[in-house]
Design a protein. Sequence first.
Length: 205
Amino acid sequence: MEFSSKLLEKAVAEMSQLPGIGKRTALRLVLHLLRQPKSQTEQLATSLHQMRTQIKHCKVCYNISDVETCEICASHNRNAQIVCVVEDVRDVMAIENTSQFRGLYHVLGGKISPMDGIGPHDLKINELIVRVKKGEIEELVFALSASMEGDTTNFYIYKQLKEVHVKMSTIARGIGVNDEIEFADEITLGRSIANRIPLENALKF
């Protein structure tokens, strides 16, 4: 692809690094921005800069937040005795959209995957164990993807907390094997949460 401007070429190269954005799509987006008023492009740049430099992770659940404790953890209308364990902040958003869960969350930041070099200590698993051992949580609801990595992560946490007095359940498998939580439709996901089952019944190990 030939460019008449090095600045244009650099902008396209940066834009094309985004997931699902190829060089042609990146060029189309960059040219669109060039056609917009300068103030609009500056607003976009400012928003991205502020997001990158000011965004925080909740000190309780590790969800993305603008403040130290996110709105969900700070709310008095949530049931703090039930915590839903998820891989990613996108899963929190997906579950919240169902309006079927009124507890709190714990974002692991991924799942155990030896093939990708991701072990338990690369995730927020130790933080979850410490949180549970405080004795304020009555139930953990595991909402990890129905994959080998998801099941491995479930099993690891289950073994770490087996002797702790806490109920552990998992969402019902209305979610297909290898399906990601964030892509499930709201009705299926909501039913899976409402009809959760004991974790030990779901483990395949």
